[in-house]
Design a binder for this molecule. Structure first.
Ligand SMILES: [Zn+2]
Length: 295
């Protein structure tokens, strides 16, 4: 018996070198959206921050940083989970998915700036591979920054509409999808497709919680179906707000954004009267359940 438990534990370590399965209660916070800027000093600061809040972060890592991050995560497996930040138009994308997965990374993203719509069939093999490997995929949705207005770029927000995630969620039912930024400003569409797709969540990072800071109860009109029993909406005892997960979108090493975004999330959820148990799912419980789900 003991032997069998030990073998299972060792097996879990081999399969999931990041988060260890079934190791106690969820952390206080899971941040689904932190970009690695390539500076190892940032990683040290990030882990110190996560230690201070009992947090875990999905660390979005470019292919050139894979090896360094893999080694760093091995030292902090209870704080960091690797995500492979690849371009879906990269001819090597499928091989990269396998490389990230082999390195223990649990997800892909932030997928952004595609040359075609996200739901274009040419991308299906990538999503199929992610589904097969049990990875989570984080997609940018909605308005996107324009880095250098003087440089021509083949980027359009129209290919990143939140509705492009609907067809992916339905076609790949075992793939967990997170849309970043709640489709800013297409909140209504983002909420509606999340309502019917159990494998689709959104984070609310970016400018939305700044834009709406004087009108946080607005989000009640997006997540409207809590407690509604009707043939027109899927049965659920969860708060509609539980289609949200926490994401800070820290990038360029600006870790201060983590606290600011956390405060804005709390203010908005409190303003909307979201109950404490639902809030703890939004801040950690939902993603913890997904990470520890055994197929
Ligand atoms: Zn984004």
């Amino acid at each position: 018996m003991i032997g069998r438990i030990v073998v299972r534990f060792l097996l879990a370590l081999v399969i999931f070198p990041g988060v260890m399965l079934g190791q106690g209660p969820p952390p206080h916070i899971i941040d689904a959206h932190i970009h690695y800027n390539g500076d190892p000093a940032f990683l040290e600061k990030l882990v110190a921050k996560l230690d201070s809040v009992d947090g875990v972060a999905f660390l979005l890592t470019k292919p050139q940083d894979l090896e360094g991050v893999r080694k760093f995560i091995a030292k902090h497996p209870n704080r960091l989970i690797g995500f492979g930040d690849l371009s879906i138009d990269d001819p090597q994308a499928l091989e990269l998915v396998d490389r990230f997965h082999a390195a223990g990374f649990r997800g892909l993203g932030e997928i952004t700036s595609p040359l075609r719509d996200y739901d274009d069939r040419s991308y299906w093999p990538l999503y199929a591979r992610g589904e097969q490997l049990g990875m989570i995929v984080l997609f940018h949705t909605g308005i996107v920054l324009r880095t250098d207005p003087n440089v021509a770029s083949d980027i359009s927000v129209d290919r990143m509409r939140p509705t492009t995630l609907d067809g992916i969620a339905r076609r790949f039912p075992k793939l967990t999808i997170i849309g970043a930024h709640l489709g800013n400003p297409d909140y209504a569409w983002a909420g509606e497709i999340a309502r019917w797709n159990p494998n689709l969540y959104f984070d609310l990072s970016g400018s939305s919680l700044i834009k709406k800071q004087d009108d946080y109860t607005f989000f009640k009109s997006i997540f409207w179906w809590s407690g509604v029993s009707s043939p027109h909406t899927p049965p659920s005892s969860a708060s509609a707000f539980e289609k949200l997960v926490f994401g800070s979108d820290v990038f360029n090493g600006e870790l201060e954004e983590f606290d600011r975004e956390l405060a804005r999330y709390h203010q908005m959820l409190d303003a909307c009267g979201v109950p404490p148990n639902a809030q703890s799912n939004i801040f950690a419980g939902t993603l913890w359940g997904i990470l520890n789900h055994k197929p």
